[in-house]
Each structure stands twice: as structure tokens, then as C-alpha cells.
Design a protein around this ligand. Structure first.
Ligand code: HEM
Length: 407
């Protein structure tokens, strides 16, 4: 299973996972315990949890903390360490989020070169069209909808289709397979089949872009990269963008809406002054920190971090929701404040692996939330807040459904 769909409860102690009274606050077990501490995992292994902002930044910018989780076994991985040498056989060719420089740099650099300002600007117009189309469809069928399937899931999925240049005729297949691959209630076989289908789909897409280049990111990667990437690398990179950009953005869209509806004063502020949206998105990213315990590294040698001695081979897990509430970095960190002075946060990570799609994610959130708010006056929950099912057991936090209504 991919990291993103992995259920955390099988490995992490319940108190680090279970949300308390307020679903937007970090799990009580993560709170107020010093910047770094050891935790015993349910699989018998030990890991170190980093809840301090500065300490987390150190981990993410120091080469002694490796992202190569096949070479250096990560204790939170669902699989036990294999025999020596196995990692090279299993290694995916283009999944650079699990690579260190210089291998990582070789794959990331050409991709960075494809996320151009011009392409992002053009995508922005399409993001708006896709958002408006889906909101208008909701209105036509309304005045009630589940925002997750009606809006939050299809928007980022279609944006990735735009980015990769997926034909309109193939989009239904693409969306159906991505939906099953992300569906926590699907069986392991169903998810496996959907993932295999997506891999084949991306393979065909790479072959198509090789034969008939168009003005999209994937064609650019196929034809403009020197030295050229192999088809397998290209397929992995394309699938990696889907894995990294779909479930994250979808959960951010629905959870942000939920959070705004539960903070009516903030929502009113935003309605009154749409110019606040950029700051609001940044604050929601910090406040919600949906990648809960999903960023981790393994030490390549003994390291002292925040006064704690870590052995070589130690798994270090960044507790992003808590690190992004560090009172040394923000005053009143538990308050959702859309007008907060801008300082760096960790929602997109930090260092060489910092989110490659953050510009695009910000565009989707700004436009998606902005259009929702302006086109659905009187937007509110259709059920009591306590009945909104949260997915606290997943590495990516969010809601399974968000029943809403409007006037
Ligand atoms: C990496 C968060 C949306 C593509 C990351 C990392 C974080 C993150 C925390 C660092 C992982 C690590 O250091 O181990 C998010 C959030 C998003 C989002 C919260 C939505 C709100 C996107 C989108 C795309 C994308 C839309 C692309 C379409 C990537 C890629 C990486 C990455 C390719 C790996 C970068 C590398 O390893 O060098 N993201 N992401 N992400 N993200 Fe995002």
C-alpha cells in the first residue's frame, strides 16, 4: 500500500492518533511533551517523535536524516526489513520522495523545470472552470450535497489530468480508478487492482506523449529532459504526482470547508473581504496540517537532536500538526487567525523534499474555497458537527464525507 492510504492505527499507539474534543486540534497524545521523545510502536519497534518546529526543520534540512526508507529501514513501514540487496530489486525507478541527493536531485530537477509560472497561470484558469462546473452541478441538484464526492475529490483529480495531459475521453476511467485506490472502504484486492490499472494507464500515457507530444507537463518531461528519463521513471513520476497531489488537496479542501463552517466569525470575515483568501489558505494549511505523522526520516549515523541522542538507523517521525502549533513560532497557535503575520510553516515540509506541487495546491485551495464561499450563500453543515466522520486513522487527516446545505 502507498504511504498515503496506509492506516496508522496498526503501527502507532492510539493516543498519538485519536483526536480529542476538537477535531481540528492535534491528538491530545501529541501535545505538550517536549520537542522530541521516543515512542514504542505497536510492531515492537521504537521511533522518535518530533513536535518542535525548529527541531523538525533541522531534521528536514540535515543530510544525516535520510528519506531513503528502503535502504535504511523505517520502523513505521508496514513491511519488516528485507534481506540485504532486496531493496534495489524492489526499488521503484522514479519515486524520488524516497530518495536522497544526488539521486533525488536528478529526478526532481527536471520536474521542477516543468512547474513553470506560465503553466501554473494557465492551469489556474482551468482550476476555476472545473471548480465552477462542479459547484453549479451541486446547485442544480441541491440544496444539499456531500462535498467530498461532489467537489473535493474530483477537483484535484481533474487538475492532475490537466497537468499530465490526459484526454477527455480517458478521464472517467482515470477518476474511477483513483477513487477506488483512495477508498478506505475498498478491499485490499480492489485497491491493488485499481493501482495496477493506474500504473498501466500512466504507462500508456507516457507512450502516447512520446509519440504525440502536446503542451503538457508530461510531454515536457518526456522530450525536454537531458539525459532522458526511462519510460519506467516517467511512469513512476506521473503516478507520484497523482499520489502526492490528489488525496492531500482533496482532504485539505473538505477539511478547510468544515473548519470554516465551525468558525462562523472567520467565515464571515472572509466573505466580507475576499482579499483575505491567500492568508486564509496559508493559515488553514498550518492550522489543519493534514499530513499528520506522514513525514519521517531515518538517521544514517548517531545524531544529537534537541539534546536527545539518536542512534544510527533511528526512525524520526515529524508530528506536523503539533510542530505547526509550536508556541515559540506562533502566538496563540491554537487559534485559527486568518490575519496572522506570515511566517514559515511545515505543512508542505521543508528542505530538499519540500512539496513540489505547493504552488498548484495553493491555487486549488484559493480558487476552490473562494468559489464555494461566493457561489453557495448560507453554506452550512447538514448534520451536527459531531456526526461528520473524521479519518484520524489515516496518514492524511480529513473527513470521509461532509454533508452540507445552503440557501
Ligand atoms: C512532497 C504536502 C499537494 C506533489 C510533499 C511533502 C509534503 C507535502 C509535507 C514533503 C514530504 C517529505 O518531506 O517526506 C502537501 C500538501 C498538499 C500537497 C499538504 C495539498 C494541500 C501537492 C500537489 C502536488 C504535490 C498538488 C503535485 C501535483 C508533491 C511531490 C512531492 C511532495 C512530487 C515530493 C517532493 C520531493 O520528494 O522532492 N508534499 N502536498 N503535492 N508533494 Fe505535496
Amino acid at each position: 500500500a502507498s504511504v498515503s492510504t496506509m492506516a496508522m492505527r496498526r503501527i502507532l499507539p492510539t493516543d498519538l492518533v485519536e483526536r480529542g474534543r476538537c477535531p481540528f486540534d492535534p491528538p491530545p497524545g501529541l501535545r505538550g511533551q517536549g520537542a522530541i521523545r521516543p515512542v514504542d510502536l505497536l510492531n515492537g519497534a521504537r521511533a522518535w517523535l518530533v513536535t518542535g518546529f525548529d527541531e523538525a526543520r533541522t531534521v528536514l534540512s540535515d543530510a544525516r536524516f535520510s528519506a531513503d526508507k528502503l535502504r535504511h529501514h523505517d520502523a513505521t513501514s508496514p513491511r519488516p526489513p528485507g534481506p540485504a540487496g532486496q531493496e534495489t530489486a524492489e526499488r521503484a525507478d522514479g519515486i524520488f520522495v524516497f530518495m536522497d541527493p544526488p539521486e533525488h536531485t536528478r529526478l526532481r530537477r527536471p520536474l521542477t523545470g516543468q512547474f513553470t509560472v506560465r503553466r501554473m497561470r494557465r492551469l489556474e484558469a482551468r482550476v476555476r472552470e472545473i471548480a465552477v462546473e462542479h459547484i453549479e452541478a451541486m446547485r442544480a441538484a441541491g440544496p444539499e450535497a456531500d462535498l467530498v464526492p461532489a467537489f473535493a475529490l474530483p477537483l484535484p483529480s481533474l487538475v492532475i489530468c490537466e497537468l499530465l495531459g490526459v484526454d477527455y475521453a480517458d478521464r472517467a476511467e482515470f477518476q474511477e480508478r483513483t477513487a477506488v485506490a483512495l477508498d478506505a472502504s475498498a478491499t485490499a484486492e480492489e485497491q491493488g487492482a485499481a493501482r495496477a490499472g493506474l500504473y498501466a494507464f500512466m504507462g500508456r500515457l507516457v507512450a502516447l506523449k512520446r509519440a504525440e507530444p502536446a503542451d503538457d507537463l508530461l510531454s515536457g518531461l518526456v522530450h525536454d529532459t537531458d539525459p532522458p528519463l526511462t519510460d519506467r521513471q516517467l511512469t513512476d513520476v506521473a503516478l507520484g504526482l497523482l499520489n502526492a497531489g490528489h488525496e492531500t488537496t482533496a482532504n485539505m479542501l473538505s477539511l478547510s470547508t468544515f473548519a470554516l463552517l465551525e468558525h462562523p466569525d472567520r467565515l464571515a470575515e472572509l466573505r466580507a473581504d475576499p482579499g483575505l483568501i491567500e492568508g486564509a489558505v496559508e493559515e488553514l494549511l498550518r492550522y489543519l496540517s493534514i499530513i499528520q505523522l506522514g513525514v519521517s526520516r531515518v538517521t544514517t549515523e548517531p545524531v544529537t537532536l534537541g539534546g536527545v541522542e539518536l542512534p544510527a538507523g533511528a526512525t524520526v517521525v515529524i508530528a506536523t500538526p503539533e510542530a505547526n502549533r509550536d508556541p515559540r513560532q506562533w502566538s496563540d497557535p491554537d487559534v485559527l487567525d486568518l490575519r496572522r503575520p506570515r511566517v514559515p510553516h511545515l505543512a508542505f515540509g521543508h528542505g530538499v523534499h519540500q512539496c513540489l506541487g505547493q504552488q498548484l495546491a495553493r491555487i486549488e485551495l484559493r480558487i476552490g474555497l473562494g468559489e464555494l464561499i461566493s457561489r453557495l450563500p448560507g453554506l452550512r453543515l447538514a448534520v451536527p458537527a459531531g456526526q461528520v466522520p473524521v479519518r484520524d486513522e489515516m496518514l492524511i487527516f480529513g473527513v470521509r464525507s461532509l454533508p452540507v446545505t445552503w440557501s
